[in-house]
Design a protein around this ligand. Sequence first.
Ligand code: TXA
Ligand code: MG
Length: 338
Amino acid sequence: MKTEILSDRSETELKRAAQLLAENKLVAFPTETVYGLGANALNGDAVKRIFEAKGRPQDNPLIVHLESAEKAEEFAYTSELYYKLAKAFMPGPITVIIPKKDVLSNAVTAGLDSVGIRVPLYAPARNLIKEAGVPIAAPSANISGKPSPTKAEHVISDMDGRIEAILCGDDCKVGVESTVVKITGKDSLVICRPGGVTEDMLKSVCGSVTIDPAVLSKFDGKPVSPGMKYRHYAPEASVEILVGSEEQVADFLSDKTNFAVICYTGDKKLQENGKVLILGDENDSQEQASRLFACLRECDKDKNIKNIYARMPQKNGVGLAVYNRLIKAAGFKITELI
Ligand code: TXA
Ligand code: MG
């Protein structure tokens, strides 16, 4: 299949992308979190093609992207807490899971009776949805199991030839997928996936905020979000997280070969080692989040790299999302050097 490469800076090309979505074709598009792979959420056949293009397990539900929080009325049962969250964080990097209405294709929700609603902050994404005139089901636009795409070039590398069009735009500023929360009561929710909207931010509008155990460690039970059980975000080299000071990590690496190390701006000693990828300032979790997936993809470009070592990130604020994506990329392999 010939994939049209379009730019969101051109109004005509954005309209072309919207037209393709309205015609039930697949179009990848940028958001502030990661690039999404979109299809008309009202058309089961279009939605099924998303799973084929990504190689995604059929039991993993998709998020529905809307131009405004109020639009959810047509597709789902909203509540007071939904609107509190919407007022505080939409448009923005959050997905809110609420009971769904029957108009949505069952293919979107993988047979569940709930649906994730998201209103992207990145304006061209909202314009695209509005122009298409239909709700857009979209997972991240990567081949299943690869790191999510945060640059147009990542999407082109994974999806060229598999879908009708790729709408190219800015690099994704947040860099990790949206915070997924499920409303569980009048004033309670559970965080199924951490992201740009943090636990503290959620606590400012909701009385009871809990974190699903699958976020923090290997979890053999049934996670709230089916997606949390898969080994996600995996680059081809094996990933290992190291807990220790810069010195201890440097010692550990001294007899290793064919590796890359993911570290922080201040880790000057580590930067004399093998292949080095700098995630950002040790105390700036947002900077780390925005670079994480590009770093993992960068490691994969060098076929000599067999192991990727990463210093343990901080777990507070957006750092929880960085930690969650790294432990998944590492298949929960953490080595204590202390
Ligand atoms: O930032 C994002 O959320 C990006 C961009 C494109 O918007 N999308 C994204 O979609 O990351 P995806 O499909 O890669 O991740 C959706 C996550 C999965 O873990 C899925 O299991 C969960 O949300 N999810 C979706 N609907 C759900 C539902 N009804 N109940 C529980 N979990 C749900
Ligand atoms: Mg994904």
